[in-house]
Structures are given as structure tokens and as C-alpha cells.
Ligand binder design. Structure first.
Ligand code: PLP
Length: 404
């Protein structure tokens, strides 16, 4: 008799984006022809850059002739791409071996699959507000979750604490949804804590390319002792617009050993069992991102999103709203004005100025009273949203209270 995984029944409904879509569609039906400004999207809007497109085309051509045709590639990644990514780390002063780099189809796949390395009895610490996959993947696996709430007093960057210990520790920096990023000293304290307790940090570096400040590490591997306590999961989705193309990479250090077992060896075994690797064409496209011209072109794209962030940050500064993020991340996390709740503010913006964002409470209960804007929209929409926000929120506080 089939016994389904009962833990699926323990998942909380992920109604956040469905509920937003429902409210927006109801508004559109009631107000046909209104220009809605969608500042909540987590997907990129710019196309792949030219060097990537050229590399993808060339790789397709390779598949057209007997001499250059590629069949199965090594499961852990094509040697050319593993080496390219290891070189990218070296240019930032981090020594990573090619065999420590695993090419993936994106961070989401890895965030779920990597849990195969750990026993069900291992607990997982999740700092909230959080990207929902961390909690859900562990609920499905039947693990105990240690929820660590964070708040504006600590800039949504909590310190490790003896009161909140777990075997696995999720850190996402720069963070989705808060946009906050650990500086070197803060991240070093997490690394030291993990080493002292034998924990393993699962470091989500999906937004590393957005970092501007010198003092913020792009990779946890930059820190002393990280190689004995951390796995880094990264993605080209936001870095280079690969959300629909799908490519990422994971660093599993050779020094990461628990109970005499090498996690790097285990991950090789896992990949060779569970995947046949990422497509040759996509890996060729990905390699182009790391060429000097690729880096120049993606930084042009990143600049575009960063300028959007600046436009929104200036608007929030003008109306005196507390926020974090925006500088080293494509998200702004703001405190709802007038003591409004997250959904209350969502409705208020939709009704009054037709701006759509993401209610913070959707990322964990401590996100209540906060709101997320993303900076992936068009320039025209961002400018117009900033204008509407400024005019609405600089009005008298009483006009901020939505009508019942
Ligand atoms: N991690 C974080 C924090 C994200 O915000 C996202 C996507 O939005 C992902 C991982 C997933 O990225 P990918 O597209 O590589 O699966």
C-alpha cells in the first residue's frame, strides 16, 4: 500500500502570491483600463545580455554537427564551467577548487535537493522573514524547524544566540525579502558559531551580484573557517537574467566533513545518482557571464535595477518611511506608515494609487507591519510609482488610514 509523505499535510498554504493575484484581478475587473504599477515582482524584466545570447547560439550550432556535438556531460558540471566559476572566486581572493563547484539548474532545486545530505533528525534554523522555500523544504522532510524572528532594531540581521541552536542554519545575504546584508564581522560571528556547535550553514548567495559595499562579503567562503561549516548556493537568475534559462552553482568544500563522511563526496554521489547534469547549451551560455565582456554587460543590467532602487529609496526618504535594503539588494523592505498592517497597506496602495507590492507578513509572522518592493520593474513604472507614493504619503497622517 502506498503511504504518502504525511508531512505535505503540514505545509502552510502558500497563499501569498495567489492572494495578491486575486486582489489585483478583482481590482482590475472593477476598474477597467487603470494603469497598475507592479512593484512586487520577483522576476527580472531585462533580456539576457548579448554575450550570453551569442554563446547560446554558438552552442546550439555545436549540437548540429558530428564533430562538435555534445551528449551527456559530467553530472556535477562541465569542466569548462566548473573551472570558470572557480576562477571567478579566485579573482575575489577566495580559493575554491574546480571539484568544489557543482553546476545546477538554479538555487531552488539545490535548496531542496541539498537536504538529502542530512538526516531527518537534524533541525533547521530559519531567520524570519524568510524566502518560503527554506521552511517548506524542511517541513516536507519532516525536520524540526527553529524559527528565529528578526526586526528593525537589529536591521533584520540577527546575531547567533545560544538560545536558538540547530544543526542546519539558513543564511540569505543579501536577503530576500528584507534586502539586508551581513557585513564581514556579523557573518564571521555566524561562521564561528557554526564551527563551535558543529552546525552547517546553508548560505544562499542568490543576490551577491547586487552588493555595492566593500564590507559585505559576496561569498561566505571569504570568511575564516567557512570551509569547515558552510555550503554556498548561488544562481545566475538575478545576476544575469537566467530566471527562465535556469543555471546556478553550489560550492561544497572538501573540508566539510561530519562523522567521518565528506559532504563533497556525498554530493558527487547524489548528483551522479539523481541528475544527468545541466544542458550543454545552457552551461555555455552561463560561462559567457563570467568573461570580462559578460561581466561588463551584466553589470549594465544590474545598474538598471539599482537605479530603480535609488528612485524608490529617494521617494521613501522624502516621505520619511523607515526601510532597509535597496543598496546591496534588489528589494526594499519598509515599515508600513501609520501603524498599518501589511495587508492593510497593500489594499491602501492598490485602492489609492494602484501600486502593487508584497505584504511582509507573507514571509513569516514577524514581517507583519512591513512591506516589500522589488526593483525589477520598468523604469517608467518605477518613476511613476515613486511619484504616486510621494504624493500619497506626504499627505497628512490621517489620510493614511484606509477607509473601512
Ligand atoms: N533564493 C532566493 C533568496 C531567491 O529569492 C530565489 C528566487 O527568487 C531563489 C533562491 C531561487 O533562485 P533560482 O531562480 O536560481 O531557482
Amino acid at each position: 500500500m502506498i503511504v504518502p509523505n504525511k508531512h505535505y499535510a503540514e505545509l502552510k498554504d502558500s497563499y501569498l502570491f495567489a492572494h495578491i493575484a486575486q486582489k489585483v484581478s478583482a481590482y482590475e475587473q472593477a476598474h477597467p483600463g487603470t494603469r497598475l504599477l507592479r512593484m512586487g515582482i520577483g522576476d527580472v524584466s531585462l533580456p539576457l545580455c548579448d554575450v550570453v545570447i551569442t554563446a547560446l547560439h554558438e552552442a546550439v550550432e555545436d549540437q548540429a554537427t558530428k564533430e562538435s556535438f555534445q551528449g551527456y556531460l559530467p553530472e556535477c558540471g562541465a569542466p569548462f564551467l566548473r573551472q570558470t566559476i572557480a576562477d571567478y572566486y579566485r579573482t575575489r581572493g577566495v580559493s575554491v577548487m574546480d571539484e568544489e563547484v557543482f553546476v545546477s539548474s538554479g538555487a531552488s532545486d539545490e535548496l531542496g535537493d541539498i537536504l538529502d545530505l542530512f538526516d531527518q533528525s537534524n533541525s533547521a534554523l530559519v531567520i524570519e522573514p524568510a524566502y518560503p522555500a527554506y521552511v517548506d523544504a524542511n517541513v516536507i522532510a519532516g525536520r524540526r524547524i527553529v524559527h528565529v524572528p528578526s526586526g528593525s532594531d537589529e536591521g533584520f540581521l540577527p546575531e547567533p544566540s545560544e538560545q536558538a541552536q540547530a544543526d542546519l542554519i539558513y543564511l540569505c545575504s543579501p536577503n530576500n525579502p528584507t534586502g539586508a546584508a551581513f557585513n564581514r564581522a556579523q557573518l564571521q560571528r555566524w561562521v564561528d558559531f557554526a564551527n563551535e556547535h558543529g552546525s552547517i550553514i546553508l548560505f544562499d548567495a542568490a543576490y551577491e551580484a547586487f552588493i555595492e559595499d566593500e564590507d559585505i562579503p559576496h561569498s561566505i567562503m571569504e570568511l575564516d573557517g567557512a570551509k569547515t561549516c558552510a555550503i554556498e548556493i548561488c544562481s545566475l537568475s538575478k545576476t544575469a537574467g537566467f530566471t527562465g534559462t535556469r543555471l546556478g552553482y553550489t560550492i561544497v568544500p572538501k573540508d566539510l566533513v561530519r562523522a567521518g563522511m565528506s559532504l563533497n563526496d556525498m554530493w558527487v554521489r547524489n548528483r551522479t545518482t539523481k541528475t544527468n547534469g545541466v544542458s550543454y547549451v545552457i552551461q555555455k551560455g552561463g560561462a559567457a557571464v563570467f568573461t570580462p565582456e559578460g561581466q561588463r554587460q551584466i553589470h549594465g543590467m544590474l545598474r538598471f535595477y539599482k537605479d530603480n532602487a535609488r528612485i524608490l529609496m529617494e521617494a521613501l526618504d522624502r516621505v520619511g518611511i523607515w526601510y532597509c535594503g535597496g543598496k546591496n539588494a534588489p528589494y526594499l523592505w519598509l515599515r508600513c506608515p501609520g501603524g498599518m498592517g501589511s495587508w492593510e497597506f497593500f489594499d491602501y496602495l492598490l485602492e489609492e494609487i494602484q501600486v502593487v507590492g508584497t505584504p511582509g507578513s507573507g514571509f513569516g509572522s514577524c514581517g507583519e507591519g512591513y512591506f516589500r518592493f522589488s526593483t525589477f520593474g520598468s523604469r517608467a513604472d518605477t518613476l511613476e510609482a515613486a511619484r504616486r507614493l510621494t504624493s500619497l504619503l506626504s499627505a497628512e497622517p490621517k489620510s493614511r488610514v484606509p477607509e473601512q
